[in-house]
Design a protein around this ligand. Structure first.
Ligand code: IMP
Length: 181
């Protein structure tokens, strides 16, 4: 892995743009809940920063839970296989659930998770994704709340990684096309 050169990274969405959009999403989610409670289920690790900001824009009585899945290897290509690494701590039966994800890409991860979570018969199950790459979809799945829809680009920052690096960048940046794979 080459040393990240943070200065030369190209910003796709700045921290200000992210904050503004996340606030809008939180307001919409709150309005749709009509005063009901919410369980926010973050998909580790990529959605951690998004969930923490989104949660602060949601005005409902919200609790958190987290799941972890493995779908990507250490690079930028998917293996196609999704595996649950960490399950929910609490039952979601009869609850309003919002799955919070960083990127909806091929849809393999969220299709798998949706099926798994629906087995617990939540009252409602919605999906919020910060980024959507509709052109990459292999599974038929859409998010209820989308931050930004983007073309087929590999992005890093604001929780999103390349080989576990760059998650702490405050902006969403483009991974340069000549990155090592
Ligand atoms: P999917 O199962 O193909 O929809 O993959 C979703 C997961 O792939 C996301 O939660 C990310 O962890 C990862 N991923 C997809 N595209 C990117 C990207 O551009 N940068 C970083 N991670 C990505």
């Amino acid at each position: 892995m080459t040393t990240p050169n943070y200065q030369s990274l190209e910003v796709l969405y700045s921290r200000e743009q992210i904050a503004a959009r996340v606030a809008e999403m939180g307001a919409q989610i709150s309005a749709d809940l009509k005063g009901e409670k919410l369980v926010m289920v973050g998909v580790l690790k990529g959605a951690a920063l998004f969930l923490s900001d989104l949660a602060r824009s949601v005005t409902a009585d919200a609790t958190f839970d987290f799941v972890a899945v493995s779908s990507y290897g250490k690079g930028t290509r998917t293996s196609g296989a999704v595996k649950l690494i960490k399950d929910l701590d609490e039952s979601i039966e009869g609850k309003n659930v919002l799955v919070v994800e960083d990127i909806l890409d091929t849809g393999l991860t969220l299709s798998y998770l949706r099926k798994l979570l629906l087995q617990q018969r939540p009252k409602s199950l919605r999906i919020a994704t910060l980024l959507d790459k509709p052109s990459r979809r292999l599974e038929k799945i859409e998010a209820d709340y989308v931050g930004f829809s983007i073309p087929n680009l590999f992005v890093i920052g604001y929780g999103m990684d390349y080989a576990e690096h760059y998650r702490n960048l405050p902006d969403i940046c483009l991974m340069s096309p000549d990155h090592p794979e």
